[in-house]
Design a protein around this ligand. Structure first.
Ligand code: NA7
Length: 537
């Protein structure tokens, strides 16, 4: 359809049917706005729609990642495991969409290709790939931070004659590994989740690792009937913790530093950490883990010893032990049977620092030590994090300003929700959001945005736009905070350094969720002085 006539005109247009966009649609409708959601995929779920590779699962506890806005919803959905797998997550998100009758306001297979602010009309004009146009007073891009898969620029990548996949674009149909010679390139969170599953079926699996990661056990388990009962009984207390915790988890923070304990006590504590679930290895660890090099090194030594204890081949074990960064400098992956997979006779680790990829050929991958013939290559090579989706959406604000030009040196935001020159445009869960359990702080941003839309409406305004000063203060705060060392994720995709040519800028909020809370409170207390509000006469 090529049309200048909008197919729909709404108060709030949401882009993206991931966990944030679904919540945004629900909240906007509840607040009395007409709303519509455009989603590029053929189903809802966002990250949990596209990342359907075998082994994809939460690294946050299922019930802490789930929506908390409805006790009824919480009561009726029984998560099967503490860390749910992708199919259950996708079922859950579909259930939410149906449960709250959201599907009638969701358009699937609607990829946004342009979003242009019409200043005279005070409306956004949003176009999808099929040429359909939509008009909206407010545009909310809930397009995610891990939604644009990154393929490395390896010579000959398209020449490969076998099957090719990316973990972040996994097909809905079955992918058979049985009897095949499979390569997995990349050992971030996605690659290390996939490896044990491929290893169990494939004739051979070659894992191409550029950087070893500090992987620790996820320690997943089914949720027992007793635990299900307790979760429901303690719902209010759980919400109180999740709504206020700095990282959005239930884990109890520890009150001791590494060298407060004797060697023996420390050893026992490390064992406890090794056996504890998911992110508690960061959030419940010694208080100085990320701030004291010697403390961090003690934990890394313990982890290296664990890896050596699991992986039978000493050379492979050494290659799997990170030598170039400390624990927490990369986002730590959590694993189930990852190190054990390397004890299988069909699994080989290739260290790309020793033998880099030369090219991909029709037959397989050629590294500095020769060609390995393959039937399948899986690129587990990550994403254009943070700004990837927003910079591909053709966003133009006041006076035709392109978002990509405004952000040429990295994102500029206030609270990670608005940017100057783009009136009535919001992007919850985008760059400069806090780090931790995503739905919690993305949900904080959605709640703030809905309150803001209500504020604009109730005071008879038409537009709201963050001032250049407020944008600068927040952006400078993020950039300065990220240079303090050691900080979380200092050498990782959090800085965009995995994508050639991308400016090195911190893409999360270095001050975390408490700062977001504080600044939202300040916005309210100062009657939105960080924003310019206007009405058309
Ligand atoms: P990540 O964590 O960005 O991991 C990508 C992996 O791909 C990582 O091991 C990279 O090595 C590797 N990579 C990237 N480019 C290349 C090239 N050119 N050659 C070889 N290897 C390469 O993405 P994931 O999908 O695993 O996880 C993303 C997030 O999803 C994760 O943090 C969770 O939040 C869920 P590198 O480390 O750059 O040397």
């Amino acid at each position: 359809m090529a049309s200048s006539e909008p197919v729909a005109a709404v108060d709030v247009l949401v882009v993206g049917a991931g966990i944030t966009g679904i919540y945004q649609l629900h909240r906007a409708r509840e607040a009395g706005f007409s709303a519509l959601l455009l989603e590029a995929g053929g189903g809802v779920g966002g990250t949990w729609f596209w990342n359907r590779y075998p082994g994809a699962r939460f690294d946050s506890e299922s019930y802490t990642y789930a929506y908390l806005f409805s006790k009824e919803l919480f009561d009726e959905w029984e998560w099967q495991e503490h860390f749910a797998e992708q199919p259950e997550i996708e079922r859950y998100l579909n259930h939410v969409v149906d449960r709250f009758d959201l599907r009638r306001d969701i358009r699937l297979d609607a990829r946004v290709t342009a979003a242009v602010w019409d200043d005279a009309a005070g409306r956004w004009v949003v176009t999808t790939a099929d040429g359909a146009a939509y008009r909206a007073q407010f545009l909310v891009a809930a397009t995610g931070v891990l939604s644009v898969p990154f393929f490395p620029d390896v010579p000959g990548r398209d020449d490969f004659a076998g099957e090719t996949y990316h973990t972040g674009l996994w097909p809905a149909g079955p992918v058979e590994f049985d009897g095949k010679r499979v390569a997995v390139v990349g050992t971030g969170s996605s690659g290390v989740q996939l490896v044990p599953i491929v290893a169990a079926d494939a004739a051979s699996l070659t894992v191409y690792q550029r950087t070893a990661n500090w992987c620790t056990p996820l320690n997943n388990a089914p949720i027992t009937p007793d635990e299900q009962t307790r979760l429901r009984a303690e719902f209010e207390a759980m919400c109180a913790t999740l709504h206020t915790s700095a990282a959005g988890f239930l884990h109890e923070p520890h009150d001791r530093a590494t060298f407060d304990d004797s060697d023996e006590e420390r050893r026992a504590f490390y064992e406890k950490m090794w056996n504890s679930p998911g992110f508690s290895k960061l959030t419940s660890h010694y208080t100085d883990l990320l701030f004291d090099e010697a403390a961090n090194a003690q934990w890394c030594d313990f982890l290296a010893e664990k890896i050596r204890g699991i992986v039978e081949d000493p050379g492979t074990a050494e290659r799997l032990i990170p030598k170039d960064h400390r624990f927490g400098e990369h986002r730590p992956p959590f694993v189930t049977g990852y190190f054990e997979a390397f004890n299988r006779p069909n699994v080989t680790l290739v260290d790309l620092k020793q033998t880099p990829i030369v090219r991909v050929t029709a037959a397989g991958i050629e590294t500095a030590d020769g060609l390995r013939e393959l039937d399948m290559i899986v690129w587990a090579t990550g994403f254009d994090f943070g700004t990837g989706a927003l910079s591909r959406m053709g966003v133009r604000g006041r006076d035709g300003l392109a978002l990509t030009d405004h952000w040429a040196d990295g994102p500029r935001t206030f609270l990670g929700v608005q940017t100057t020159g783009f009136p009535n445009f919001f992007f919850p869960g985008g760059p400069h959001a806090a780090a931790g359990n995503n739905p919690r702080y993305n949900g904080d941003q959605v709640d703030f945005i809905v309150d803001t839309l209500v504020y604009v409406r109730d005071r008879g305004h038409d537009t709201i736009e963050v001032t250049p000063d407020a944008e600068k203060i927040w952006t400078d705060m993020v950039d300065r905070g990220a240079e303090r060392k050691p900080s979380f994720g200092v050498s990782s995709y959090y800085f965009g350094t995995n994508v050639p040519g991308k400016p090195r800028k911190y893409l999360l909020n270095s001050a975390g969720r408490p700062k977001l809370f504080k600044e939202i409170d300040r916005v309210r207390a100062t009657d939105y002085e960080a924003f310019t509000l206007s009405r058309s006469e």
